[in-house]
Design a protein around this ligand. Structure first.
Ligand code: NAP
Length: 263
């Protein structure tokens, strides 16, 4: 299927690894020009080099801490000055910590909201005016199935995800007349560095093995296994394409059947 993404420009946050990096690789294969942001310059540079070698795509690495004031405007400006437009915004940056609810300090809550919720909101706010001007935009927020079904050991991330689902649905009426759509992808457990780190931390804090902690999650997934990053990346690419043009305000949950809601 031709997704007609050739020559489109995508700005991806949280792009140095995990779901952001996977989406970048997949979009590059579709001919998309990339602006990639995360904090670690070395990782971004290495990924950019690998993508260029693999697909010949244009890749602009923009090292930036999205929790810093004005970071989102700086990222947008760098992408616009390189490419002249941003067609697709994919918000993937996020790193919530888990734990037992009454042991989680304010700092963990603040960090979760500062990066994932405010990082996404600021990035959308920075990029939307140029999308309105060009009468075209595709926004994909990588959220998480815990936004629909809070997980007892991942409550800060669950709350951040619920907030982002509200934001993603909330902007629809204002954006649709400008040919801009906004959708969310809700992965369940997916084998990225983030997940591996999370399992290690939960195992350490509970005195159990990683296999035992991960087993608790797998048992709740009817498919019985974690997703691979490419399985989520494929959905992100679909939502970034015009094949999904009539879909807006939607949240696509890809969690192996864990979430049971039908609404
Ligand atoms: N993996 C899962 O099981 C899963 C499930 C549901 C939802 N999700 C969501 O999907 C998104 C991506 O997850 P992932 O598993 O791909 O995570 P990941 O592998 O840990 O990647 C996170 C990305 O965010 C960047 N980042 C972290 N802090 C940042 C900051 N302050 N400023 C800018 N960039 C920052 C990281 O790069 P630097 O460290 O270099 O900055 C990295 O590129 C997250 O929002 C996560 O909550 C993941």
């Amino acid at each position: 299927m031709d997704l007609k993404l050739n020559d489109k420009v995508a700005l991806i946050t949280g792009a140095s690894r995990g779901l952001g990096a996977t989406s970048a690789r997949l979009l590059a294969k579709e001919g998309v020009k990339l602006a990639l942001t995360a904090r670690t310059k070395a990782e971004l540079d290495a990924l950019a080099e690998a993508i260029r070698a693999d697909s010949g795509a244009d890749v602009l690495p923009i090292p930036m801490d999205l929790t810093a004031p004005d970071a989102s405007e700086a990222v947008r400006d760098a992408a616009l000055s390189a490419y002249g437009r941003i067609d697709i915004l994919i918000n993937c940056a996020g790193a919530s910590q888990g734990g037992v609810f009454w042991e989680i300090p304010d700092r963990t809550w603040a960090e979760s909201f500062e990066l994932k919720v405010m990082g996404t909101i600021r990035m959308m706010r920075a990029v939307i005016p140029s999308m309105i001007e060009q009468k075209y935009g595709r926004i994909v927020n990588v959220v998480g199935n815990t936004g629909l079904q809070p997980s007892p050991r991942l409550i800060p991330g669950s709350a951040a995800n619920a907030a982002l689902l509200a934001v993603t649905r909330g902007v629809v009426e204002d954006l649709a007349p400008h040919n801009i759509v906004a959708n969310a992808v809700n992965p369940g457990p997916t084998r990225t560095e983030r997940w591996i780190t999370l399992m290690n931390r939960l195992a350490q804090s509970s005195g159990r093995t990683v296999a035992e902690v991960e087993g608790d999650y797998k048992r709740q997934i009817p498919r019985g296994q974690l997703a691979e990053p490419e399985e989520i990346g494929g959905l992100i690419v679909f939502l970034a394409s015009d094949k999904a043009a009539n879909l807006t305000g939607a949240s696509l949950t890809a969690d192996g059947g864990w979430n049971k809601s039908i609404g």
